[in-house]
Design a protein around this ligand. Structure first.
Ligand code: GLA
Length: 352
């Protein structure tokens, strides 16, 4: 029996029927572009959510979080609060109306690394297998996104769920969030064709996605595309077209348009150029999109100052949370130790 199965058993008194797992993700480039039909470049991280499920034969779901040491009881058809909506939403949107016992555990840090998408996809994978639902990995990701929209209340794009469903830790997943066309790419290579390495640090600054400015940013760029007469900012290729917009919307739109260009350039860039594009992305997220955080900026600047670092930026929605750096192969742990010592308390290494 796995740890998940035996812990499920100790909570609910019987062995689970199924266990699903799904990873968090780190986005290397292409931030705040996915709700405007843009381009993203995430990779999976080793940390994942684990979800075990059994049928309880009653009228209510019993939901246990091993992270929170908490069990919630939610009537079938109800949404619930706390961590419940991720699970009840996934169950309901799969058309399942039976009462389930669900045990969850996750080591994906909260804040920029898609802990929510990991939880949704792990649940959805388990349900797909349990009920033999004919859903492919893209359909599963789209259901996960719908859970966020309809049950959690975050109007997210599709990157996180697509990454959790389709990415691996060895490649970048280049995703066109409009067509959902995608390609797995190797990490950019460094000098003498040495591979580069991903470093992810948690800034320790807590973040609340739904309560933050995420939905506000989304509304602003929707307003910008409406004023420009385009369906999405994906369709704007030249920042000079943005001059007709009022100041704030112009800055928001300039981030999205320039970020899309950076992702497309990054597809053929070596590590040195890729790193510069990451640095430019951070500056744009900090200045134009205003979704960074002073402490995150400190951590990013410390990384950017290290000679072994090609580039560094905040990753995910922002307002705190994680940062990502592209580092010379074999140097990440050393860089992390030095940078975290300078940064002070609260920071920690997530990858490698
Ligand atoms: C969150 C959302 C994603 C994406 C990022 C920002 O992670 O869930 O859809 O918008 O923020 O790039």
């Amino acid at each position: 029996m796995t740890r998940a199965e035996s812990t499920f058993q100790s909570v609910f008194g019987y062995a689970p029927a199924i266990t699903g797992r799904a990873p968090g993700r780190v986005n290397l480039l292409g931030e705040h572009t996915d709700y405007q039909g843009g381009f993203v470049l995430p990779a999976a991280i080793p940390q994942q959510a684990t979800v075990s499920i059994g049928k309880n034969g009653g009228h209510a779901h019993r939901l246990h979080s091993a992270n929170l040491h908490q069990t919630l009881t939610v009537e079938v058809g109800e949404v619930g609060t706390g961590f419940a909506p991720y699970l009840t939403g996934s169950v309901a949107l799969c058309g399942v109306h039976e009462a389930l016992d669900i045990w969850v555990w996750s080591d994906v840090p909260s804040g920029g690394l898609s802990s929510s998408a990991a939880l949704e996809l792990a649940t959805l994978r388990a349900i797909r297998e349990l009920y033999r639902l004919p859903l492919d990995d893209v359909q599963l990701a789209l259901i996960g996104q719908k859970v966020e929209h309809e049950y959690v209340g975050v109007m997210c794009g599709v990157m996180d769920q697509m990454a959790s469903s389709l990415a691996d830790t060895e490649h970048m997943l280049f995703l066109d969030t409009r067509s959902l066309e995608r390609r797995r790419l190797p990490l950019p290579s460094g000098t003498q064709n040495k591979a580069a390495q991903i470093l992810v640090l948690d800034s320790g600054v807590p973040r609340r996605l739904a309560g933050s400015g995420y939905n506000e940013r989304r509304a602003q760029v929707e307003e910008a595309s409406r004023l420009l007469g385009v369906t999405q900012l994906r369709d704007v290729h030249d920042v000079s077209q943005l001059s007709v917009l009022p100041e704030l919307l112009r800055r928001r739109a300039r981030h999205v348009v320039s970020e899309n260009a950076r992702v497309l350039e990054a597809l053929t860039a070596d590590a040195a150029r890729f790193g510069e594009l990451m640095n430019a992305s951070h500056a744009s997220l900090q200045g134009d999109y205003q979704v960074s955080h002073p402490q995150v900026d400190v951590l990013v600047a410390l990384l950017q100052a290290r000679p072994q670092v090609y580039g560094a930026r905040m990753t995910g929605a922002g307002f705190g949370g994680a940062v990502v750096a592209l580092v010379q192969e074999g140097q990440a742990a050393q860089v992390a130790a030095e940078v975290l010592a300078q940064y002070g308390t609260g920071g920690r290494m997530v990858v490698p």
